[in-house]
Design a protein around this ligand. Structure first.
Ligand SMILES: CC(C)(COP(=O)(O)OP(=O)(O)OC[C@H]1O[C@@H](n2cnc3c(N)ncnc32)[C@H](O)[C@@H]1OP(=O)(O)O)[C@@H](O)C(=O)NCCC(=O)NCCS
Length: 201
């Protein structure tokens, strides 16, 4: 296995369907409901440079993308997926670091947040400096919360006026990390040793 991570570019659009298939399959396996991501939506994220892709040769094996909310005040790193055969080898950690670094570069003043029930994502977020917070600290952009409609727990969120649900809210506040303006971000540090593309991470 020789997996390399790239900030996605137009030439990666050929992997769109494979990425959608990975997301769909994993949602089915987890039984948490399916957050719909159309191939067009994934392609747009790739085209606009707001995604990170993990490739083993020419095979897509991991992905994550950036979404902005509340007119850019908040950023979420979404759609994290690692192909089944590539799990438990640290690949999600590499992808998360890369998409986090890309988010900090593109949106240096935005708060970065996540809602998750997954221990792996909680661990990785904590490593990056996220803290658990109530939903009141996250975006109030209704389009974001509408995106929970595919989750089987959506009725719980609705019953609680979108203030409480089973997910834990986690937030990275750049104002609490003034050192990150000077410290090389993980993906920048990785880029130094990258062999071919300036977009390697
Ligand atoms: C969750 C997922 C991205 C993890 O990918 P991965 O490449 O296996 O994760 P890593 O190997 O980088 O592991 C990162 C950390 O999470 C832990 N971890 C990984 N999978 C875990 C799981 N299912 N349960 C608990 N901890 C887990 C690892 O032990 C590691 O922590 P450690 O270094 O303290 O041991 C992958 O299982 C996946 O794609 N799942 C389906 C989609 C999904 O759940 N996405 C997240 C949506 S919020």
């Amino acid at each position: 296995m020789n997996v390399r991570i790239f900030v996605a570019e137009t030439n990666h659009i050929i992997h769109t369907q494979k990425i959608c298939d990975l997301i769909y399959l994993s949602a089915q396996q987890r039984g948490t409901g399916i957050a719909t991501r159309s191939p067009e939506y994934i392609a747009e994220k790739i085209q606009s440079g707001k995604a990170v892709i993990a490739l083993d040769g020419d095979k897509a094996v991991g992905f994550s993308y950036i979404e902005t909310w509340s007119h850019g005040l908040f950023v979420a790193n979404s759609g994290l997926i690692v192909a089944h055969d590539y799990r438990n080898r640290g690949l999600a950690r590499r992808i998360k670091r890369a998409i986090f670094g890309l988010s900090r570069t593109l949106f240096p003043n935005a708060k970065i947040f996540s809602i998750t029930t997954g221990l792996a994502v909680m661990k990785l977020n904590t490593e990056l400096g996220y803290r658990p917070v109530p939903f009141s600290e996250l975006t109030d952009d209704s389009d974001f919360w509408d995106g929970c409609q595919g989750c089987k727990n959506y009725d719980i969120l609705e019953r609680n006026d979108r203030a409480i649900c089973l997910c834990t809210g986690m937030l990275y506040d750049p104002d609490l990390h003034p050192e990150s303006a000077q410290t090389p971000l993980p993906h920048q540090a990785d880029m130094k040793s990258a062999p071919t593309s300036k977009h390697n991470t």
